[in-house]
Design a binder for this molecule. Structure first.
Ligand code: UD1
Length: 420
């Protein structure tokens, strides 16, 4: 199992280029199920989750080809097996995104329930409720969702809570439904707007994505398209927080700054100097960060996917920061690991009180989930001495070429392979 060895205590200097967004790539790959023509995706990040989605789609009979330029060509001329097996769904919850498209295109689908997950229960009730409102009949049997519908029919759906993949699933299903669907209390994440824009390029008629009410006029069929995936806002934010924690001067290129406002505001509050261009963000940090309070919320609020990274920043900040997680239960598993590096954190329910210490000290730590791993890397970069992060397969799910990108910023980071 690979580990990451970090010799910390060095400021970061230089430029890093952001990859395509994981959370945009995964739903866009599923959109290929909606058409028999080719969907060509550019700027697809090289990530384990993307490969898992490719395996899932090819298992259904979708032709998946890598183009030389890093793009992917997906062609679902025929969907032989509209099924998502437990073996793949359990490793990646976003697999549930195939349910809506399969049902709309094939009239039936069999998708494993995602099951428990390290960061909370994460049910899919809103996905199911929405699909049922569109006329699907869904039965849960032997851990699988069996869904059927001759043709989905548009409906007005008010979601009980804001769900990103739930909104995406319903939007894809409704794109091929008969008549009009209105999704209320929809997720406003930029990745939802991106998916809608790509579906429109394929011939869908979707309005309002990016806002909380999305209107979808169903069409009979969709065609192929070529689409370039937006930059990853969480990867962008992670490198910015790394620079804020370790100090130095970093330019994050190829970014979409407009999608990062809540994160940038918190970095400024922590004392970072930022220069924000159209497609790049420069950060300069020459002092100890000031502690900031963070409360996660659906977009445009502060992203839960940046919460762990800010906990690492607060751990070495001047003052006390209060971090409140409102999206996921049990998303503080990085706290005890950060404590191994000398952080002073008290967790009570969904709140963590982080009393900044002047310096962290390297230690062996264990990654528990994707963003928790990022926080441990950030803390390791800022800590004195060596930090060994175990279970970095979590990082490979969501950060392309992490150690190469950090090394280009002058960090001393090395992947250590050890046999199980
Ligand atoms: C997506 C992101 C993930 C991010 C999260 C929140 C992708 C592939 N993943 O995950 O990186 O952390 O949004 O921004 O885009 N819920 C229900 N019932 C449902 C659906 C969700 O109760 O049917 C709850 C979840 O348990 C959670 C909250 O709603 O507490 C938000 O989850 P959701 O937005 O659905 O997260 P994902 O779409 O899985």
């Amino acid at each position: 199992m690979d580990k990451l060895l970090i010799a910390g205590g060095r400021p970061l200097e230089g430029e890093v280029r952001v990859s395509g967004a994981k959370n945009a790539a995964l739903p866009l790959m599923c959109a290929a199920l909606l058409t028999p023509e080719s969907l060509v995706l550019e700027n697809v990040p090289r990530l384990v989750d993307v490969r898992t989605m490719a395996r899932l789609l090819s298992g259904m009979g979708v032709e998946v080809e890598r183009a030389e330029d890093g793009g992917w060509r997906l062609r679902a001329a025929r969907i032989a097996r509209p099924e998502a097996p437990y073996e793949l769904v359990k490793t990646m919850r976003a697999s549930v995104l195939v349910l809506g498209p399969l049902l709309a295109r094939c009239g039936h689908a069999r998708v494993s329930l995602p099951g428990g997950c390290a960061i909370g229960a994460r049910p899919v009730d809103q996905h199911l409720k929405g699909l049922e409102a569109l006329g699907a009949r869904i039965e849960i049997e032997h851990g699988y969702m069996n869904a059927r519908a001759e043709r989905l029919v548009g409906a007005r759906i008010e979601m009980d809570l804001v769900t990103v993949t739930g909104t995406e699933n319903l939007m894809m299903a409704a794109a091929l439904a008969e008549g009009t669907t209105v999704l209320e209390n929809a997720a406003r994440e930029p990745e939802v707007a991106e998916l809608a824009a790509c579906l429109n390029a394929m011939g869908a008629r979707i309005e309002g994505a990016g806002g909380d009410t999305i209107r979808i006029e169903g069409v009979r069929s969709l065609s192929g398209a070529r689409w370039r995936i937006m930059p990853d806002r969480i990867e962008t934010g992670t490198y910015l927080v790394a620079a804020a924690a370790a100090g130095g001067r970093v330019r994050v290129a190829g970014a979409a700054p407009a999608t990062l406002e809540a994160t940038l505001a918190k970095l400024r509050e922590a004392g970072a100097r930022l220069a924000v261009g159209d497609e790049a963000i420069e950060i300069e940090m020459d002092r100890r960060p000031a502690a900031v309070d963070v409360r996660t919320a659906p977009y445009p609020g502060f992203p839960t996917d940046m919460q762990a990274q800010f906990m690492a920043l607060d751990a070495l900040a001047d003052g006390t920061g209060v971090i409140t997680e409102t999206i996921f239960e049990n998303r503080f598993m990085h706290a005890p690991e950060l404590q191994r590096l000398g952080a002073d954190i008290t967790v009570q329910g969904n709140t963590a009180v982080v009393r900044g210490v002047p310096r962290l000290q390297g230690a062996a730590v264990m990654a528990t989930d994707l963003r928790a791993s990022a926080s441990l890397v950030i803390a390791g970069l800022a800590a004195e001495g060596e930090t060994l992060v175990d279970r970095i397969y979590h990082l490979d799910r969501g950060y392309e070429a992490l150690e190469a990108k950090l090394a280009a910023l002058g960090a001393r980071v090395r992947r250590v392979s050890s046999r199980p």
